[in-house]
Write a protein that binds this ligand. Structure first.
Ligand code: CDP
Length: 255
């Protein structure tokens, strides 16, 4: 049987298919979770739908306040129509509190507030484990220009302000997150947009009241149910997808 449509790329958590019109793609969210650069892999039923819904929520909010993203519209529970972009080969990380690799590198306690938001760049190269790189490497090797980098930092800080505020409103602290940035062309004019996804797979989200982790660290550190954590974020934001509500099957007492 002929495939329904052409697969353009398959990553660890998403698949990109050819879109219905030139310049568009379909982004499909898988249920797979990986950690340690793909060394550990598990499937969590419902994760794809939750991430798709959450990413839609954040991207739509960003578009509405004038921060451009690749998101066009949701097609179904785990598929979105997005603009095709030229991905800048960087993982753009914004940190508000120390955690993960930064806490390890600097010997800081996880959760230490940083003096100000810090933006850092990793070179997107799975084989190398996405190494942290200074801006000078990025410009010298031509992965992005200095002007691009200045624009990327502004974009990343606007995303940070938006996400921090939205999450604070539902009692969640935005510790850090990663975005990817893509270039689009409109009538020969290039501009940079937020691409990929914004979800608990690519952010650290801690409940302010209890410190409970509500992100992929739940999987990385075996802290319980990953989908319960993601569903909690979606529930607080009022965007829990229909049909993915957790039916906790409990024994029913029959008299
Ligand atoms: O996750 P890890 O401790 O290895 O890396 P990090 O540099 O502390 O990650 C900072 C933030 O970026 C976390 O929210 C990660 O989930 C996210 N990140 C990501 O989404 N994808 C990567 N390849 C690396 C980091």
């Amino acid at each position: 049987m002929a495939p329904r449509r052409k697969k353009i790329y398959e990553g660890k958590a998403k698949i990109l298919y050819e879109g219905p019109e030139p310049g568009t793609l379909i982004q499909y969210f898988k249920d797979d979770a990986t950690a340690g650069n793909g060394q550990r892999k598990e499937v969590f039923e419902g994760k794809g739908a939750l991430n798709s819904r959450l990413s839609e929520f954040f991207m739509t909010g960003l578009n509405a306040i004038g921060v451009p993203t690749h998101f066009i519209r949701t097609l179904n529970m785990r598929e979105q129509l997005v603009r095709q972009v030229e991905i800048i080969p960087l993982e753009v990380i914004v940190r508000n509190y120390a955690a993960g690799s930064m806490a390890r590198r600097l010997g800081l306690d996880e959760g230490t507030q940083l003096p100000r938001p810090i933006v850092e760049f990793c070179y997107k190269a799975d084989k190398l484990g996405d190494p942290l790189v200074p801006e000078e490497y990025i410009v010298a090797f031509g992965w992005a220009s200095q002007q691009d980098l200045d624009d990327i930092v502004s974009l990343a800080l606007r995303v940070n302000d938006f996400l921090s505020g939205v999450m604070h409103g539902v009692g969640i602290r935005l510790i850090d997150f990663k975005i990817e940035v893509g270039r689009i062309w409109d009538n020969d004019f290039p501009s940079l947009v937020v691409a990929d996804e914004i979800s608990p797979d690519s952010a650290r989200l801690w409940d302010i009241a209890t410190g409970r982790k509500l992100d992929k660290d739940v999987f990385r550190q075996n802290l319980g149910s990953l989908t319960d954590a993601y569903a909690e974020v979606a529930r607080r934001l009022g965007v829990l997808p229909q049909g993915t509500t957790h039916h906790r099957i409990k024994p029913t007492l029959i008299n």
